[in-house]
Write a protein that binds this ligand. Structure first.
Ligand code: ASP
Ligand code: MG
Length: 417
C-alpha cells in the first residue's frame, strides 16, 4: 500500500476512531458517537472518524439486490453497498456539527482510497492523505465512509464484509496516527467466546499474530486485513465498546510478557467440513492433481492430512474446506478421484475445528501434548491435527465443540489470567 501525504509530525495525538454498525445503529447511537468523538477532540487530540453502515443495513441492501436479480452484477453491488456507509458518515458529521465542532463527511473516493478491481472484495492499493490532512489542519473532524474505495476506472469498490476496520487502519497508517480505536459492541478480545464459556476473560493485550490466528479461526472481532495492515505499518489498535468506557484490548507488537503465558485463547470454528478420498494410489503427483483441481475451482483448503497404508500401497487423503464451498469441493474431488482410480470420496459435515493460540507456545514445552491429553480425558476423539508456530488446531465431532472449548479454557488456566 502506498501513501501520498506528509503524515504525522505534530505533537498532538492523532487518533482514528472507527465505529461499527451497532455503534451507529440509529440516530440516538449516532448522537452518542458524536459526543464521544467531541470529548476525545476536546482533550486536545486530533480525531479522524471512520463509520460502518447502520447495523443490518448492508444485509438489507444485499437482500434488495437479490430481489431484483438472480445474479447481481458485482460492480452495481459495490455502488449499492457503499451507500450504507455514506448515510452514516453524513449523519455523524451533522451530529458532530450540532455539538459545535467543525466536521465534514467524506466518501472513500474523496479521501483518495484507491483499490484494485476485485469488486466486493477489493484490496486497498494506495491512499492520498492530503485531503484528510487539510481538513485536520483546518480544525475539522473528518468522518470517512468505511468499506469503500475506487478502482483505476473510478468505479466504486468495497473491501469485503467487515471492511470498515481496514479503512480505519489504512487511514491510520497513511496519517501515521498514534492510535486506531475500533469501537464495537463487545468490550474487547476475549480468551474465548463468552457465549460458550462464561469465565472467558477480556485480554488486556494481544499480539498482531495471535489476533490474525484468532480471526482466521472464526473469532470475528476484526477484519483480517485490518490486522495485517496494522502489523505491517505498526499501528497500535484498540478494540473497545462504544457502549461504555471500559479500556478494551490493545492489539500490538509481541512482547516478553505475552510469551510468559502458555496460550492466549481458544477458538472454535463450526464452519468446516471434512472431505476424504479413500484408497488413492500411493505415487507421486496424486496430491498435486487433486489440489490443483480444487484450486482451479477457487476453493480454499484449510487442513490436509495424508495417511500411507504400507500394506495396500494406497493412501487416504483428508482435507477441510468451509461449509459454503462443501458442495463444490465434493463435486470437484469426486471428478478428480475418478481419474485417479481412488476407492471413493466421503464427506463429514458434522465436524468442527477447535484451536488454541498463543505466542507463548514457542517457549513452553508440551503444549500440544497437554491439549491432546485434555481432549482425550474429556472423551473427545481427534480426527485431524494441524499446527503453526503459535496455533494448534484439532478437528473433532461438532457435538463436542462446546465441551472441548470449555475444558481447554479451564485446563490452560485462561480464566485466571
Ligand atoms: N457495512 C459493511 C458490512 O456490514 C462493512 C463494515 O461494517 O465493516 O460488512
Ligand atoms: Mg465489523
Amino acid at each position: 500500500m502506498e501513501f501520498f501525504g506528509s503524515g504525522g509530525g505534530d505533537s498532538l495525538a492523532l487518533i482514528v476512531q472507527k465505529y461499527g454498525g451497532t455503534s451507529v445503529a440509529d440516530t440516538e447511537r449516532i448522537k452518542a458517537v458524536a459526543k464521544r468523538v467531541v470529548s476525545t477532540a476536546s482533550e486536545g487530540n486530533k480525531v479522524v472518524v471512520v463509520v460502518s453502515a447502520m447495523a443490518g443495513e448492508t444485509d438489507k441492501l444485499i437482500g434488495f439486490a437479490n430481489k431484483v436479480s438472480e445474479n447481481p452484477d458485482e460492480r452495481e453491488m459495490d455502488l449499492l453497498l457503499s451507500s450504507g456507509e455514506r448515510i452514516t458518515s453524513a449523519l455523524t458529521a451533522m451530529a458532530i456539527q450540532s455539538l459545535g465542532y467543525g466536521s465534514k463527511s467524506f466518501t472513500g473516493r474523496q479521501v483518495g482510497i484507491k483499490t484494485d478491481s476485485s469488486h466486493t472484495k477489493a484490496m486497498i492499493e494506495s491512499i492520498e492523505a492530503v485531503r484528510l490532512e487539510k481538513a485536520l489542519a483546518e480544525g475539522i473532524i473528518p468522518v470517512v465512509a468505511g468499506f469503500q474505495g475506487i478502482n483505476e476506472f473510478s468505479d466504486v469498490t468495497t473491501l469485503g464484509r467487515g471492511g470498515s476496520d481496514t479503512t480505519a487502519v489504512a487511514i491510520a497508517a497513511a496519517l501515521k496516527a498514534d492510535l486506531c480505536e475500533i469501537y464495537t459492541d463487545v468490550e474487547g478480545v476475549y480468551t474465548t467466546d463468552p457465549r460458550i464459556v462464561k469465565e472467558a476473560r477480556k485480554l488486556e493485550k494481544i499480539s498482531f499474530d495471535e489476533m490474525l490466528e484468532m480471526a482466521s479461526l472464526g473469532a470475528k472481532v476484526l477484519h483480517n486485513r485490518s490486522v495485517e495492515f496494522a502489523k505491517k505499518y505498526k499501528v497500535p489498535l484498540v478494540v473497545r465498546s462504544s457502549f461504555n468506557n471500559a479500556p478494551g484490548t490493545l492489539v500490538t507488537m509481541e512482547d516478553k510478557e505475552m510469551e510468559q503465558i502458555e496460550i492466549s485463547g481458544v477458538a472454535a470454528d463450526k464452519n468446516q467440513v471434512r472431505v476424504t478420498i479413500l484408497g488413492v494410489p500411493d505415487r507421486p503427483g496424486i496430491a498435486a492433481s487433486v489440489f490443483r483441481a480444487l484450486a482451479d475451482a477457487n476453493i480454499v483448503i484449510d487442513m490436509i492430512v495424508q495417511n500411507i497404508s504400507t500394506e495396500t500401497k494406497a493412501t487416504d487423503i483428508s482435507f477441510t474446506v468451509s461449509k459454503a464451498d462443501s458442495k463444490k469441493a465434493l463435486d470437484v474431488t469426486k471428478k478428480a478421484s475418478e481419474q485417479l482410480n481412488a476407492r471413493g470420496v466421503t464427506m463429514n459435515d458434522s465436524v468442527s475445528k477447535v484451536s488454541i493460540v498463543g505466542v507463548g507456545m514457542q517457549s513452553h514445552v508440551g503444549v500440544a501434548a497437554k491439549m491432546f491429553d485434555v481432549l482425550s480425558k474429556a472423551g473427545i476423539n481427534i480426527m485431524m491435527i494441524s499446527t503453526s508456530e503459535i496455533k494448534i488446531s484439532c478437528v473433532i465431532d461438532i457435538a463436542h465443540t462446546e465441551t472441548a472449548v470449555r475444558t481447554l479454557h479451564g485446563a490452560f488456566g485462561l480464566a485466571e489470567g
